[in-house]
Design a protein around this ligand. Sequence first.
Ligand SMILES: [Zn+2]
Length: 92
Amino acid sequence: MSGRTHARVCPERTCVGCRERAAKSDLLRIVVIEGECVPDDRGTLPGRGAYVHPALVCFDLAVRRRAFPRAFRAQGPLDTAAARRYVEQAAP
Ligand SMILES: [Zn+2]
């Protein structure tokens, strides 16, 4: 009775904007490079990542909540302009 199942088909992550869990593949991974939030759309960049829905509502919510500095344990504010532009273009 190990309780282990084969249900781990899709890994889930929590969106730092709306705080809802979603399949990792449905979220945009954000990493920080030299104080700037960078969208990691291929999921290949090294380091700590934060996940957010590729939607402006979630992204702006995350920025307003300072979720990115918290997720990355940053001391100061992070530049989110480029990542926001990315989301803006990715969003319908
Ligand atoms: Zn979200």
